[in-house]
Design a protein around this ligand. Structure first.
Ligand SMILES: *Cc1c(COP(=O)(O)O)cnc(C)c1O
Length: 406
């Protein structure tokens, strides 16, 4: 008899985005008076930058000729891309990261999920609330939690993100072994200052804990005082792994390219307390289970770092930040408290009713789809997330409808 991994039975079934889709579908069937505008999804809408398109075309042509054809590449990614990443994203900002500490992959979602294969099952894990659901669900699947009760899993340490702490929880009093941090944050759009990250780094160093830092939205940071990488913090190399992606930076959600940084002096420990290089473990895991990102896609990612690519990516993120500014302004006019949207494509809005009631009201009275904050965790109750990933026209129309409604 083939037995299943019963940890899957613990997963809460009402997955946020399928519930949203169900409600929108049911409402659509009632023939709404106006077209529905979707400001709910965390997916980009604008096409790839021209520099990436041109690089991908050239790479496809190389694959068409036996003289330039390429088969399997290095699992960790081609040197041309790893070197461009190390130079532009890290060394130019004073973060001491070498090309061979970068592992190119097909997504930050799978990397943040797969990294936990390196850790023991009985570690104590701290997870922010609200949170990107992948961090929690993958730990449930791996058997690192108890059953769910009132929307929270036994065994996890939840770090409450609230208006009082600006949605940037401080390190807990109790000792944890692993912590997930994401700044700029999805869903709240909050950013962490250098001092706040330094507190986390000090905490991790003092307790030999590890920080998993998800920087998928770093390209949206405009405030020069905000750190873009955890490695801009002194001492972080020993205690942090960083995840980045070209998905939101350069519109690669459907093209797929990301990377994980594992510094060579970042350590994990055996039960006996002996240190082990996490770089060596991840290298072993990655080369055993992954066969590399498509060559044309890596060439497209490399083009992000060309002078034209940099300009185009900046214009792309500026465009979404322009949408975010329009959304923020409207919420302020409506006297609804907001976080995010200045260094992030997400705007986190305090609602007057509970999350799902407010979601239903915006759907049925304004024909605008948002994301109920409660879907990201207990602390998200009473909030909605509005995404700036859409056309200018749609954002302006949606905001005009919300102003009408007020
Ligand atoms: C979109 C997103 C990612 C990127 O995922 P990919 O798999 O690289 O597309 C990672 N983390 C968060 C929090 C995200 O919202």
């Amino acid at each position: 008899m083939i037995k299943i991994n019963e940890n899957f039975d613990k997963l809460q079934s009402s997955y946020l985005f399928s519930e949203i889709a169900r409600r929108v579908r049911e409402y659509q069937a009632t023939e709404p008076p106006r077209r529905i505008i979707r400001l709910g999804i965390g997916d980009v809408t604008e096409p790839l930058p021209p520099a990436c398109i041109a690089a991908m075309h050239r790479a496809v042509d190389e694959m068409a000729s036996s003289a330039t054809f390429r088969g399997y590449g290095p699992e960790q990614g081609y040197d041309f891309l790893r070197e461009a990443i190390a130079r532009h994203d890290y060394q130019s900002r004073g973060a001491d990261i070498a090309a061979d500490e970068i592992f190119v992959s097909d997504g930050a979602k799978c990397d943040t999920a797969n990294i936990q294969e390196l850790f023991a099952r009985n570690i104590r894990i701290a997870i922010p609330d609200p949170v990107y659901p992948v961090y929690v669900d993958t730990n449930v699947m791996a058997g690192r939690t108890g059953a769910a009760r009132n929307g929270r899993y036994g065994g996890l340490v939840y770090l409450a993100g609230t208006a009082r702490n600006g949605f940037v929880p401080a390190p807990p009093k109790r000792q944890v072994d692993l912590v997930y941090l994401c700044y700029p944050n999805n869903p709240t759009g909050a950013t962490a200052t250098r001092e706040q990250l330094a507190e986390w780094v000090a905490y991790a160093r003092a307790s030999k804990a590890l920080i998993l830092f998800d920087a998928a939205y770093e390209a949206f940071i405009r405030d020069p005082a905000l750190p873009r990488s955890i490695y801009e913090i002194e001492g972080a190399r020993e205690v942090a792994i960083e995840f980045r992606s070209f998905s939101k930076t350069a519109g690669f959600t459907g093209t797929r390219c990301a990377f994980t940084v594992v510094p060579k002096n970042c350590m994990g420990y055996t039960a006996a307390g002996e240190p082990r290089q996490l770089h060596a473990l991840w290298n072993r895991r990655h080369t055993t289970k992954f066969n590399g990102v498509a060559y044309p896609v890596q060439r497209a990612a490399e083009a992000v770092y060309s002078p034209e690519g940099q300009q185009q990516v900046r214009a792309l993120t500026d465009f979404y930040l322009g949408n975010a500014a329009i959304i923020r302004k409207t919420m302020k006019q409506l006297r609804m408290p907001v976080t995010g949207g200045e260094n992030s494509p997400y705007i986190w809005v305090r609602t007057r009713d509970d999350s799902w009631s407010f979601f239903d009201r915006l759907l049925k009275e304004a024909q605008v789809v948002t994301t109920p904050g409660a879907g990201f965790g207990r602390c998200g109750e009473g909030y909605i997330r509005i995404s700036a990933f859409n056309s200018r026209e749609n954002v302006e129309e949606a905001m005009a409808r919300l102003r009408e409604l007020a």
